[in-house]
Design a protein around this ligand. Structure first.
Ligand SMILES: NC(=O)c1ccc[n+]([C@@H]2O[C@H](COP(=O)([O-])OP(=O)(O)OC[C@H]3O[C@@H](n4cnc5c(N)ncnc54)[C@H](O)[C@@H]3O)[C@@H](O)[C@H]2O)c1
Length: 289
């Protein structure tokens, strides 16, 4: 069997004609997932706060003979997300896959982080996902089928000093995904938290580095460029989760699994190791001085 442009299809035609929504799809992991889902035949709704990025991704998909449309909105605006779901459902009749991926980073010592900054990270990374679940899951339950993929993080499985708001949201997302997956799977809807390691995307450039952390912003950027995996690897893991649903998918396992296992066995040993890593890469973390 061949796909568009004669590309061989390898059992992934289950996505042909399916309707997918990807948030934060203008860059990095969301962009890579949107492009991959479109190549696999899905009709992709590209959602991002940045209109130009949205248009660029849609244009790329269309150039590749895929089907996509752009939606510019802030995922933390629950009314806008509700209107997005209503609009797509009335246009398409259903949503099969929603990848709630939009997220922002924030680094800094706790005393340098304002309440406004805490709220923004929680609004985008956590409430934005809650809004997506609230808007899209009822339609999936009505149809008795659907898959919600949430981009959490390796930092939803192990903590790291200097990233308290980010870590707070990602731990919450892992818990939410596991609870929802157990609750909804018997009704035909699966929920997966994807937990990537370090990925070379725009996230460091877009992140706020408060107070002492500001000094290591460019060093963190270089670390992500040098050590980060390609976002396409995470997109491939999202696709594999759609084919073989699981509550948690660790992406770039070599970055995450060893420390996750260590943290489960001995939190104290993990924290000692994490302190050493933080002191080399980002020496503003509380236990790194
Ligand atoms: N890059 C990594 O190492 C890494 C690791 C683990 C998890 N993640 C998670 O992956 C997800 C995607 O991040 P990325 O690394 O691809 O970053 P990125 O900055 O390259 O892409 C994020 C995209 O989300 C968009 N966005 C930001 N705020 C938004 C909002 N309020 N509403 C709509 N769109 C918004 C941005 O415009 C951008 O296009 C995030 O949830 C992030 O926490 C990233």
């Amino acid at each position: 069997m061949t796909g568009r442009r004669g590309r061989p299809r390898s059992g992934t035609d289950r996505l042909a004609g399916k309707v997918a929504v990807v948030t934060g799809a203008g860059s990095g992991i969301g962009r890579a997932t949107a492009l991959l889902l479109a190549r696999e035949g899905a009709r992709v709704h590209v959602v991002d706060i940045d209109g130009q990025r949205c248009e660029d991704v849609v244009a790329g998909i269309r150039r590749d003979n895929g089907t996509a449309s752009a939606h510019v909105l802030d995922c933390s605006d629950a009314d806008a997300v509700e209107a997005l779901a209503t609009g797509i459902l009335s246009e398409e009749g259903r949503v099969d896959v929603v990848h709630l991926n939009a997220g922002i980073g924030h680094a800094g010592r706790i005393e340098d982080i304002t309440m406004e900054q805490w709220r923004r990270v929680l609004d985008v990374n956590l409430w934005g996902v809650v809004a997506g679940v609230h808007a899209f899951v009822p339609g999936m339950l009505e149809r008795g089928t659907g898959h919600v993929v949430i981009t959490a993080s390796g930092l939803g499985l192990v903590p790291l000093a200097g990233l308290a708001p980010y870590t707070t949201t990602k731990f919450a997302l892992v818990g939410m995904a596991e609870a929802l997956d157990v609750e909804l799977r018997k009704r035909g809807v699966r929920v997966t938290a994807v937990c990537p390691g370090v990925v070379d995307t725009g996230i460091v450039a877009a992140s706020v580095f408060s107070g002492h952390a500001e000094a290591v912003h460019s060093r963190a950027g270089r670390f992500f460029s040098r050590r980060g995996a390609a976002p396409e690897r995470v997109a491939a893991d999202v696709l594999s989760a759609l084919r073989r649903p699981r509550s948690i998918v660790v992406s770039i396992p070599m970055h995450v699994v060893p420390v996750w296992v260590l943290h489960r066995i001995s939190p104290r040993a993990y924290l000692a190791l994490a302190s050493r890593v933080v002191s080399r890469i980002a020496p503003f973390g509380s236990h790194a001085g």
